[in-house]
Design a protein. Structure first.
Length: 119
């Protein structure tokens, strides 16, 4: 058995997430990156022995579709907790959500929140 690191980098999602009415109406652009520590038996011969990346991306999209989420921290928590619950091979996941155009009084490239979740 070995611990592999699987990364999904910069999933791009638009969603009406934010604290301000404008963000809820017009939405924001987000990028999500995941780094998963996965216990994999050797030799690997099929998808059932690892994590299906497409399935993880679908889960992220579903979470961003959840109504009435205001905080990036909430999104990070939901993604991390759901990955740990649904994918038994994942021992650890680091989730980073980057909000590209936050409503701030000063110019910036964006804001990011990250969290690490353990089995």
């Amino acid at each position: 058995m070995a611990l592999y690191t699987i990364k999904i980098i910069d999933i791009q999602i638009d969603a009406p997430i934010g604290c301000y009415d404008e963000e809820k109406q017009i939405g924001n652009s987000f990028r999500v990156s995941l780094e998963m520590g996965v216990q994999i038996m050797q030799p690997i011969s099929g998808l059932n022995q690892t994590v299906d990346y497409a399935s993880v991306c679908k889960l992220v999209k579903e979470i961003f579709s959840t109504k009435n989420i205001q905080l990036i921290e909430t999104i990070v928590s939901l993604i991390g907790e759901q990955i740990i619950c649904r994918y038994q091979l994942v021992e650890k996941v680091n989730v980073e959500v980057f909000k590209i155009n936050p409503l701030l009084t000063l110019p910036c490239h964006g804001v990011a929140v990250s969290g690490t979740f353990l089995r």
